[in-house]
Design a protein around this ligand. Structure first.
Ligand code: ATP
Length: 439
């Protein structure tokens, strides 16, 4: 018999079906037993009349059933308006315990997530995720990534997979993890940047990757982790980084619309966030002008030497500015100083041809047109003292390479912002931080 999910039951009224899930709750009353079965799509009541002779074995089994065990139930689905839980119930003919929860007390409260400390929840993440609020984060994240992929497939992109074990620390040595690699050292990739560009040199034209990114950042902010999922793309034959920004606008408009259509109501009810599908163009502002606006409007002052990059506070205020002036949750910030940008960003009149995208007060993306001219690239790498380290990478540009650009979005950060979750620790399946390597 085919397994049915809870959210499909109403198509099967009057029919015998098979359903599997966790035991959410058992109520053993004088005349009747109720088992609430929970699967990934919802909950349903299983009703067992104690007085019926044929139910003798079932009654015995249910009397010993523990919460959070897993069961497989065969029975008939009935439409029962009097049942508060979804107006339906299952009258079982057979219940099989497929796994027993032997612990009578769970280490965390899975019915009320706020009743347990976050660290305890992360320690027992497999239980924590049985909570509906937590589980739904990942249903929504999955939809978001599916929509982003879908958009790219529709636009001639192909998905590739780049190595995470690399021989040289890619962009700067400070943020990479070293790993022992037989009798030498390797590093964990802190971005797929160089390989995305190699794909351009290979003629792959338009590629993307969804994969792990490692950062040895010993920081404990609400938006940094040492391993996150990067959504990275790169594409060829662009004229300017404007093309990159435009593609990102289209991608986000498409993905947020899909998420809103499917989960907009749930996100409003459960996470108290409105999914706003943006319209293009997103506002754009030069970094220097942004600092001027922030000072004039909000009295925000920052030391001269910090003005080459965005401060955390400036990211927050940039959101306020974008809302106040453009009623936009997004804003592109351009014209960073070359000191604050990697050597591979193309420069024009010494200005890096790239941007950061701020959403709801947090950076979600760095994007740019890349420097594809060998001599210029070599010079820019040399200037940052990296020419020897990136010698292998520089080779990609000696044999003809199309002009190209791209960007990277952090999936976990995006999820956190979409749902207004206070920390990235809850917006990723398993969090990794400076003091957390388990589970
Ligand atoms: P930040 O300035 O916030 O540390 P970054 O400039 O190092 O970010 P990039 O290297 O441009 O970030 O990475 C691209 C995107 O990846 C970022 O915009 C962000 O969404 C995400 N990201 C970067 N670092 C982290 C991290 N440590 N944890 C989670 N997501 C991250």
């Amino acid at each position: 018999m085919k397994r049915i999910y809870v959210n499909e039951l109403e198509n099967y009224y009057g029919q015998e079906i098979e359903i599997s899930g966790f035991v959410d709750n058992v109520r053993n009353l004088q005349w009747v037993q109720f088992v609430i079965l929970r699967d990934v799509t919802g909950k349903v009541q299983i009703t067992i009349e104690k007085s019926e002779e044929k139910n003798k074995e079932l009654v015995e089994l249910v009397s010993n059933l523990t919460n959070e065990s897993t069961i497989k139930v065969t029975g008939t689905v009935l439409e029962s308006p009097k049942v508060k839980l979804g107006g339906k119930e299952i009258i079982p003919t057979k219940i099989e315990v497929t796994s027993t929860c032997t612990e009578t007390e769970l280490p965390i409260n899975i019915k009320d997530k706020d009743a347990s400390l976050l660290d305890a929840r992360l320690d027992h993440r497999w239980l924590d995720l049985r909570n509906e609020y937590n589980m739904n984060i990942f249903k929504i994240q999955s939809k978001l990534v599916e929509a982003m992929r879908e958009f790219l497939y529709q636009n001639h992109f192909m998905e590739i997979h780049t190595p995470k074990l690399i021989a040289t620390a890619s962009e700067s040595g400070s943020e990479v993890f070293e790993v022992k690699y037989f009798d030498t050292l390797a590093y964990l990739a802190q971005s797929p940047q160089f390989y995305k560009q190699m794909a351009m040199s290979s003629g792959m034209d338009r590629i993307f990757e969804v994969g792990p990114v490692f950062r040895a950042e010993n920081s404990n902010t609400n938006r940094h982790t040492t391993e996150f999922t990067g959504f990275d793309l790169e594409f060829s034959y662009i004229d300017s980084y404007e093309d990159v920004m435009e593609l990102e606008e289209q991608l986000l408009m498409y993905a947020l619309k899909k998420v809103k259509d499917e989960y907009g109501d749930m996100i409003k009810e459960t996470y108290h966030q409105e999914v706003v599908v943006p319209t293009k163009p997103f506002p754009r502002i030069k970094l220097h002008d942004l600092y001027q606006e922030l000072e004039a409007r909000y009295g925000y002052q920052v030391a001269e030497e910090a003005k080459g990059d965005l401060t955390t506070e400036a990211e927050k205020l940039a959101y306020q500015y974008a809302m106040d002036v453009y009623n936009s949750e997004f804003i592109f910030v351009t014209d960073f100083t070359k000191d604050s940008r990697p050597f591979y960003h193309m420069r024009k009149d010494d200005i890096p041809q790239g941007y950061d995208l701020i959403w709801r007060g947090v950076e979600i993306t760095t994007g740019a047109q890349r420097e594809h001219r060998y001599e210029t690239l070599l010079q820019q790498a040399t200037e940052k003292g990296l020419d020897k380290d990136v010698e292998f990478y520089l080779q990609f540009f000696k044999y003809g390479c199309p002009p190209h650009g791209g960007f990277g979005i952090g999936v976990d950060r995006l999820t956190m912002l979409l749902l207004g979750i206070p920390t990235i620790k809850e917006a990723m399946f398993i969090f990794r931080g400076p003091t957390r390597l388990t589970p």
